[in-house]
Design a protein around this ligand. Structure first.
Ligand SMILES: [Zn+2]
Length: 263
């Protein structure tokens, strides 16, 4: 999950992902983010398939554990292994809150929803290190792993989305993925690449316009039917899609939405 990546910049600037689409190795969707287009609410949307009016994570400032059934819960309940290399808000939503940076930076505990976690708490944490963190976590052979860099969001806040810096960060992120994806594909993973929200030219997000609401979804793996699908998939479809991929039951409050066809 690439924080703060708007749809049109993903489509225009990420050439390795474009190559996978062009050669029928990936499918590409336009996804409409839920509201408000803010990070913590949309982390909860993506991981639980519930809108904020149901899950109560209505603002970035709501610092508490989720009270919903997340993908991490569903996976560990069925004996699968979970991992996350992610911003510390994910630890706060699913493992423990508030985040204690002395004790919660790295977590390994099979009784927690995120069994193996490496969490960062500086918005400028380098994406290269985050992807390396994810590779370290793969030694535990997670069935479900969240990889969550912040570089696009941070750069978008600093320079706005109509900037060489933001577009350059999209290219740099694509190059990091170009190094990781062949390894993940070889390991047999089905891979979803999406964003929580987009970014506007003011360097903000939170509202309802297409610049902050339209986000990409690239799907890489043999379960997906290659193609370009621009009608606008609901962001609430991501969690149940992952349930299908992992053969998990849906969470109690997951919304019934249209899902992409799978092989
Ligand atoms: Zn942001």
């Amino acid at each position: 999950m690439l924080d703060g990546l708007r749809f049109d910049v993903a489509q225009a600037s990420m050439g390795f992902l474009g190559h996978l689409v062009e050669t029928n190795q990936a499918s590409f969707y336009r996804v409409q983010a839920e509201l408000p287009t803010l990070s913590r609410p949309l982390y909860e949307v993506l991981l639980t398939g519930t809108p904020v009016s149901v899950n109560g994570i209505t603002a970035n400032e709501v610092t508490r554990l989720s009270n919903q059934v997340s993908l991490f819960h569903l996976a560990t309940d069925r004996g699968l292994t979970t991992a996350a290399a992610a911003y510390h808000w994910f630890s706060e939503l699913y493992n423990r809150a508030p985040f204690d940076w002395f004790g919660d930076r790295e977590q390994h505990n099979d009784s927690l929803p995120i069994q193996h976690g490496k969490f960062y708490f500086d918005d400028a944490y380098p994406d290269s290190h985050l992807f390396a963190d994810a590779e370290v976590l793969r030694q535990w052979q997670p069935d479900f792993m969240l990889v969550h860099p912040m570089g696009l969001d941070y750069t978008g806040h600093c320079f706005g989305s109509d900037s060489k810096q933001y577009r350059g960060k999209a290219i740099a992120t694509d190059s990091l993925l170009a190094q990781c994806l062949p390894r993940w594909i070889a390991a047999g993973y089905q891979i979803l690449i999406t964003a929580d929200h987009g970014m506007n030219t003011d360097g903000q997000h939170g509202g309802i316009t297409a610049d902050v609401r339209d986000v990409p979804l690239f799907c890489v793996g043999d379960r997906f039917i290659p193609g370009i699908y621009l009608d606008g998939l609901s962001q609430l479809a991501i969690a149940p899609l992952i349930c299908k991929l992992l053969d998990l039951p849906y969470g109690e409050n997951m919304q019934k939405v249209e899902l992409p066809e799978l092989n």
